[in-house]
Design a protein around this ligand. Structure first.
Ligand SMILES: Nc1ncnc2c1ncn2[C@@H]1O[C@H](COP(=O)(O)OS(=O)(=O)O)[C@@H](OP(=O)(O)O)[C@H]1O
Length: 291
């Protein structure tokens, strides 16, 4: 598949966005200086990253909750490897919040001392695939977006940004004992957002008042995030203007059923079902079960 080499490159087993990252940058991250108070949000793409970024920003920043500060979540919980707004990470006040799509073996060495809190959010891979397909239509790439069946094959082969979904999730899960890590799923967040926020707070040792908790939950709903310019990624770099409103697209569980044919679903299961059987996440595939 010659499709994508123009906008992404493979380094140490992972596809990265050529425009924003270099192999040297990835190498340098291993020595990235960590503070004990740092919090890392880790996801495979399209798994609920921005949603959780928003939740973290709301938990930590009163100025976000009460709307006295107009700071985009991308600047509150920036990407480690994609420093899109050229922030000075070394001189940010604590606690620093970071987001990354990196696999377990490329993150800063300091994360492995188990003192830094890491939140890993996973989503059922059929919805990840469908969300990723739509996303590939709104990010600027020199390629034409392929049709879904081609994208499906690329996804299954790990020939997309961040590479294989399974390797990402499994890698982080299998190496969980090296980190102070809390796993959460998109589907759990959908099913009980308040409960998910409480569990996140609990893990972080943050105690919010009932009012503040209500505010976090309210501002983290799909409907409210879609209206919030700080959280809806309409101004995200690299998103095509005419289609930018699609970043927060549907925000549901089970949308794969609206896209995948029976044959595509069978193909997906043939490759992934067996291999993901022993993963502990009880993936909810169907919105009727989840909501
Ligand atoms: N509040 C809230 N509730 C429910 N769902 C939400 C929410 N915020 C973002 N989303 C959905 O998350 C999908 C985008 O995933 P990511 O943020 O991980 O994308 S990225 O990796 O940062 O590009 C994308 O999923 P799809 O709608 O299925 O495409 C977003 O709509």
């Amino acid at each position: 598949m010659e499709h994508s080499e123009k906008y992404m490159f493979k380094y140490k087993g992972i596809y990265f966005y050529t425009k924003y990252v270099t192999p040297e940058l990835i190498d340098s991250l291993e020595e990235f200086e960590i503070r004990v108070s740092d919090v890392f949000l880790i996801t495979y793409p399209k798994s609920g990253t921005v949603w959780t970024q928003n939740i973290l920003s709301l938990i930590f920043h009163e100025g976000h909750r009460d709307e006295t500060e107009d700071i985009h979540v991308i600047d509150r919980v920036p990407w480690l490897e994609y420093n899109l707004n050229k922030l000075d990470y070394a001189n940010r006040p604590s606690p620093r919040l970071f987001t990354t799509h990196l696999p377990y073996y490329l993150v800063p060495r300091g994360l492995k001392n188990k003192r830094v809190k890491v939140i890993y959010v996973a989503r059922n891979p059929k919805d990840v695939l469908v969300s990723y397909f739509h996303f590939s239509k709104i990010v600027i790439t020199p390629d034409n977006t392929p049709d879904f069946s081609i994208f499906l094959e690329r996804f299954l082969a790990g020939e997309v940004l961040s590479s294989s979904w399974l390797d990402h999730v499994r890698g982080w899960y299998d190496h969980r004992d090296d980190f102070n890590i809390f796993f959460l799923t998109y589907e759990e967040m959908k099913k009980d957002l308040r409960g998910a926020v409480l569990r996140i707070c609990d893990f972080l040792g943050k105690e919010l008042s009932e009012d503040d908790l209500d505010t976090v939950v309210k501002k983290a709903t799909f409907e409210n995030m879609k209206k919030d310019p700080r959280a809806n990624y309409e101004t995200r770099p690299g998103v095509r203007l005419e289609e930018k409103k699609c970043f927060l697209r549907k925000g549901t569980v089970g949308d794969w059923k609206n896209t995948m044919t029976v044959a595509q679903n069978e193909r997906f299961e043939e490759v992934l079902k067996e291999k993901m059987k022993d993963l502990p996440f009880s993936y909810i595939w169907d919105n009727e079960e989840a909501i």
